[in-house]
Design a protein. Structure first.
Lengths: 337, 137
């Protein structure tokens, strides 16, 4: 729809005419649906024509004669100026987003199901870990108590017993991290997740000689699980800390990346450290289970859990790393308008 | 030479195997240990003797919790030091522990951390006494 400087439509294609009636003032329209649509459109385009913004996008509810219902259109407008810099024309494109929104709704529902499923699996793992924990504690203590009772020829076996038990203990610990009170998926502010998690870690990081810099952009809410996202951040922060044994810098940043289709958008989360980095030969498998850079000290489950959670949220995670320089994790979580 | 008074510790844990290992670990360190497997047993032990430290599992049998034991113990000795051990603590329980001035150790517990936490939680006089002994030696 092209309008002149008084916000009067002067050029429309046939589908726009179906919605808004023929070009002109619109004072002689007879079709009630078109009268109503025209007044909605007039209010929008008048506001835009006399505003100081160069472009605008906004949802407009118009009656669609084909489906005989009100539909949300995405209106996007721009201005054309004359030589004096005054508005000469405005150009508006109206798009029916129903199909896209429906698809998005389906995706969202599937995502929420995946998040719930993960939470249920996590609770199961946590419950099992809970039951293993006390026997584990008794075994570990008993091994320690027997240290002086081991015959020299049995030493190697005793060492195996000790290190392998410690490994199981770490895996149990990691699984217990998934044991949380059930919490449904809902709207989550990523920045609050960060504040919450960092409040827990800040003293610990400070003591380890790590300088923390948090830069939070204003971001829209995403759909997901607060607890699971906190788990993601905790795992990344703990990894960053472990990779900076002699201190360093940890930077956490969020940004809102709107997309230009009017429906989607992303919240980007960056977690960057100046630590020891991930060697090139394992960086491509780092999200697989039981892959670790921490040798005997790691479980290889942390990043695998992170990736699962992010993917269940419809998000993407990428990693860039250089040995002795540092590692950057880039996470994009989808926003639905 | 008078033998110096041993620190007395009450350990409350409803898993008997874990309780046995805690008792032995602490005895190895030279502490005098009394162990209790239940809330009621813990209360009886508290009535019968004085303790310098209480170590208690967070979730005890019959829905009893470590906080009940700590409360009962502190009625008689308001500044009794306590350490809570557990496999899992909710954020609420963590903040309650902080309010109560109690350290929480998560199982499986590193034995070095277990022992150093206990040494630090014990009344200062004993630590000072040990330090003095080291100086003399």
């Amino acid at each position: 729809v092209v309008c002149d400087h008084t916000a009067k439509p002067i050029l429309m294609d046939s589908s726009a005419q179906e919605l808004l009636g023929p070009e002109g003032e619109g004072t002689d329209l007879m079709n009630p649906a078109q009268v109503k649509n025209r007044s909605t459109f007039d209010a929008y385009i008048t506001g835009f024509t006399f505003s100081f913004t160069e472009e605008e996008s906004s949802p407009l509810r118009l009656f669609n004669p084909q489906s005989r219902t009100d539909i949300e259109y995405d209106a996007r407008s721009g201005k054309i100026y004359d030589q004096r810099g005054q508005v000469a024309y405005t150009v508006t494109v109206l798009r029916d987003l129903t199909a896209m929104r429906k698809l998005e709704q389906l995706r969202l529902e599937r995502r929420m199901l995946e998040i719930e499923k993960f939470a249920a699996t996590g609770r199961l793992a946590g419950t099992i870990a809970h039951e293993i924990n006390n026997p584990m504690e008794a075994i570990k203590n008993s091994i320690y108590l027997l240290a002086n009772a081991v015959k020299p020829e049995a030493e190697p076996v005793y060492e195996i017993l000790k290190t392998e038990t410690e490994r199981v203990a770490r895996i149990v610990r990691q699984m217990l991290g998934l044991y949380r009170s059930p919490q449904a998926a809902g709207n989550v502010d990523v920045n609050t997740v960060i504040d919450d998690t960092m409040a827990l870690f800040s003293r610990h990081l400070e003591r380890s000689g790590i300088q923390v810099k948090v830069e939070l952009d204003k971001t829209p809410a995403i759909v997901g699980s607060f607890d699971q996202l906190r788990q993601v951040l905790s795992n990344l922060v703990v990894n960053a800390k472990d990779s900076m044994s002699s201190g360093g810098k940890l930077k956490i940043r969020t940004r809102h990346l709107p997309s230009n289709d009017g429906v989607h958008g992303w919240v980007r989360l960056l977690v960057a450290d100046t630590g020891s980095g991930i060697p090139g030969n394992i960086v491509s498998t780092i999200f697989e289970p039981f892959v670790t850079t921490k040798g005997e000290k790691g479980t290889g489950l942390g990043l695998w859990i992170v990736k699962n959670i992010i993917e269940n949220h419809g998000g993407k995670i990428r990693v860039r790393s250089r040995v002795d320089t540092g590692t950057v994790f880039k996470i994009d979580l989808p926003v639905v308008r | 030479v008078a033998e110096h008074k041993k620190n007395r510790i009450l350990v409350v844990e409803d898993d008997p195997a874990v309780l046995t290992t805690y008792r032995m670990l602490l005895e190895q360190q030279g502490y005098a240990v009394v162990s209790a497997e239940s809330y009621d047993q813990a209360k009886r032990s508290l009535r019968d003797g004085n303790f310098d430290l209480l170590i208690c599992d967070l979730s005890l049998e019959k829905q009893h919790s470590a906080f009940e034991v700590i409360e009962a113990a502190r009625q008689a000795h308001p500044d009794l030091a306590a350490v809570v051990v557990t496999g899992y603590a909710s954020p609420d329980e963590m903040s309650r522990a902080e309010e109560t001035g109690v350290r929480v150790l998560l199982k499986p517990i590193e034995i070095e951390e277990f022992l150093s936490t206990i040494a630090n939680a014990l009344p200062k006089t004993y630590a000072d006494h040990q330090k003095a002994k080291l100086k003399d030696a």
